[in-house]
Write a protein that binds this ligand. Structure first.
Ligand code: CP
Length: 315
């Protein structure tokens, strides 16, 4: 694994999930591995969980951590060959090479524009870091992907399942703001790689990228989709075809205890209470949201450990 920017960077997902569960039991086991190594985390966008869990993971491995809210630094130019006489002050070519001098691993968060579909799908920010940095890159949520969240969700499903092949449903839920597709996309990447009975439910118009959903069953009837589900993963996303638009906020799609039934409830957080899911769901025994957030530490730690181990082997 040269970088971790997509779940496909992990070759044997089952093995990695089980290694993460082992790390959770003994988080300081590899405290020497990251000694004298630095993780630099760059945030183009805000974060609570990703920032704190990835920092904790790095420190569990003995790493130093530097965090930069890059939106507050020079505006970076990502296009090649541009005459930089407008708002951008530094090109990614210099920025990535310079940051690589200070870091052993660079982690980047950069959300989509949700206005320029072509630019978002090109993943110009994360791909430019991969191209110009000289150290491994970790995706802390990019325009189309959130692979650390997906790995944490894989750990949570593995820990919580009570049958070999549980039924898992990804359900669209309402939200007043236009949100990215990244969490839903990454959860689908995960679902394709693990042994679950998986389907997606959303109102018409909220179809995700067909290159990602492929032949996964999609139901427009939430009640039918959630019948006999073992896990319900709720998430809002904006329209993909009518790019970045909120088509409607139909409150009947909010997850309630009645719609959830006996299923476990999952969400990546942050969540808007009584919009995405009612209080009774989030405060109930079947909510896994805090455990998912806890598992973000071990998802990040297993990825950092793998990248550090490989770096040592190359030397
Ligand atoms: N789930 C998640 O990525 O949370 P943050 O946006 O707070 O990092």
């Amino acid at each position: 694994m040269q970088h971790y920017t997509n779940l496909n960077d992990i070759q044997n997902l089952d093995v990695i999930i089980n290694k993460a569960i082992q790390l959770k039991r003994n988080p300081f086991q590899y405290k020497e591995l990251g000694k004298n190594k630095t993780l630099i985390m760059l945030f183009f966008n805000a974060s609570l969980r990703t920032r704190l869990s990835t920092e904790k993971a790095a420190k569990n491995l003995g790493m130093e951590v530097s965090i930069l809210n890059i939106a507050n630094t020079w505006n970076i130019e990502f296009e090649d060959g541009t005459k930089m006489n407008l708002n951008t002050s530094e090109h990614i070519k210099e920025a990535a090479r310079v940051i690589s001098q200070y870091a052993d691993i660079i982690a980047v968060r950069a959300f989509p524009t949700l206005t320029d579909k072509t630019k978002d799908l090109s993943e110009i920010i994360i791909n430019s870091f991969k191209k110009y940095a000289t150290v491994p890159i970790i995706n802390m949520e990019s325009a189309t992907d959130h692979p650390l969240q997906a790995l944490a969700d894989g750990i949570t499903l593995e820990e919580q399942k009570t049958k070999k092949r549980p039924k898992v449903v990804l359900s669209w839920a309402p939200h007043p703001k236009a949100l990215p597709h990244s969490v839903a996309n990454s959860f689908i990447h995960l679902a394709k790689k693990i042994n679950i009975d998986f389907m997606i439910t959303h109102p018409p118009g909220y179809e995700l990228d067909p290159n990602i959903t492929g032949d996964i069953p999609i139901l427009y009837n939430q009640k039918k989709a959630l019948k006999d589900a073992d896990f319900v993963y709720a998430k809002n996303w904006s329209s993909f075809s009518n790019y970045g638009r909120v088509l409607h906020s139909n409150s009947s799609w909010m997850i309630t205890n009645k719609t959830l039934g006996n299923a476990k409830f999952m969400h990546c957080l942050p969540i808007r209470r009584n919009i995405v899911a009612e209080d009774a769901v989030l405060d109930g025994m079947n909510s896994l949201v805090t455990e998912q957030a806890n598992n973000r530490v071990y998802a990040a730690q297993v990825v950092l450990k793998k990248l550090l181990t490989q770096k040592n082997e190359i030397k």
